[in-house]
Write a protein that binds this ligand. Structure first.
Ligand SMILES: Nc1ncnc2c1ncn2[C@@H]1O[C@H](COP(=O)(O)OP(=O)(O)OP(=O)(O)O)[C@@H](O)[C@H]1O
Ligand SMILES: [Mg+2]
Length: 359
């Protein structure tokens, strides 16, 4: 039966695609470029004293960008405040971003314990992202708007299950396909299957970066692939559709490789900038406020753009009273900026915030 965008795409071909697209020179060239940039990023990450400080902040940005794809407007500023202050009474958009971050973190941690990817794990990511207590969708979905369907994913039930089982098998199969190409194939297929009632985009983008960590191309999920997808959203949708309608993978694969290349370079820039700033602030504190200096303390003020007394107390840097003096001392030195949010006293690491907020 001919393909129709209004009918469930039950004939969505199983993976891997049966063609020689991987052998094209265009793909090899872009692949080499992307692999090199990613390898450089991977190699550079350990220079950060506390890699988790990086993930905590970079993931925020990733979360912000991803949710903007759904046109949710959340400024970086609101977001950072929400992360460091009381979670009650936060607006739905911010909540969505926090769910994204939690899902990414959980997915990353759990992945390390899995012998192979499985459906329960994917469902858990979906549930955390959407806060919906569902599993694979049981309804037919139509992608597009009320007047115009652009794509109709496979019907629920056995067909959907078959597609997702094949997806999992393909992910788990040792083959000669480069992991970056495999990520591109997996991402298209995941979106084409559209396994859930919502959150397929977010879940799929989390899986992209987790796939890279699972293949040891990165130690931590710090790549902003979503950033590129967000910037070139129209192109991204067009190329997804091109694979569906023509079976031509080249444009899609090149797009995903370019996304890895660009975001690797972008992230590398942030890593280097944070590293330089960390050293610069360390030196200032050592020289001008030696009595409060400890590496652990500096790490705390780099773990989130906003610090507060409780963070120092919880990490056993200082008692309540002393912690407050420490933070005020850094404010006097112009490193932190005290801000009152509700009844909380936060201290903004201005330069770190600048680095993180830049896109
Ligand atoms: N024509 C299409 N064919 C296949 N997949 C598509 C098509 N158009 C959009 N998609 C995918 O569907 C995703 C949106 O699905 P859904 O609303 O379930 O996810 P989301 O996480 O809520 O949204 P978003 O990706 O916008 O953040 C897009 O991100 C894209 O990956
Ligand atoms: Mg949605």
């Amino acid at each position: 039966m001919a393909y129709s965008k209004d009918k469930p795409y039950n004939d969505l071909p199983l993976l891997p695609p049966d063609n020689s697209v991987f052998e094209r020179v265009s793909i090899y060239k872009k692949l080499a470029q992307a692999r090199a940039a990613l390898a450089e990023l991977k190699g550079r990450l350990p220079i950060i004293p506390n890699p988790y400080m990086l993930i905590n902040t970079l993931v925020l940005q990733e979360a912000k960008d991803s949710s903007e794809i759904e046109n949710i407007f959340t400024t970086a500023d609101e977001l950072y405040r929400a992360f460091t202050s009381n979670r009650k009474n936060i607006d739905p958009a911010t909540k969505e971003v926090i769910s994204y971050r939690d899902a990414l973190w959980e997915a990353f941690k759990k992945q390390k314990e899995l012998s192979s990817w499985n459906l329960e794990w994917i469902v858990e990511i979906f549930r955390t992202v959407t806060e919906r207590d569902e599993s694979l969708r049981s309804m037919q979905l139509y992608i597009g708007n009320t007047y115009n369907t652009v794509y109709t994913p496979p019907e629920p039930g056995d067909i959907l299950t078959e597609k997702i089982d094949n997806w999992l098998d393909f992910e788990d199969t040792l083959d000669k396909i480069d992991p970056l190409l495999k990520m591109a194939l997996l991402h298209y297929q995941f979106e084409a299957i559209h396994p859930f009632s919502d959150g397929n985009g977010r879940t799929g983008r989390i899986l992209n970066v987790i796939y890279l960590t699972s293949q040891s191309l990165l130690e931590l999920p710090v790549l902003y692939i979503s950033k590129h997808i967000l910037e070139y959203k129209t192109e991204y949708y067009r190329l997804l559709t091109e694979v569906t309608e023509t079976g031509e993978w080249e444009g899609w694969i090149l797009f995903m490789l370019e996304a890895v290349y660009q975001t690797s370079i972008f992230t590398l820039g942030k890593v280097n900038a944070i590293y330089d700033l960390f050293n610069r602030i360390t030196n200032i504190v050592k020289e001008q406020a030696e009595e409060i200096y400890s590496r652990e303390f500096i790490e705390i003020i780099f773990s989130e753009p906003y610090s507060k007394v409780k963070m120092l107390v919880d990490n056993k840097i200082a008692s309540r009273n002393t912690a407050s003096k420490y933070l005020n001392r850094l404010s006097d030195l112009g490193i932190l900026e005290p801000i009152q949010v509700g009844n909380e006293n936060l201290f903004l690491n201005k330069d770190l915030y600048e680095i993180l907020a830049q896109s």
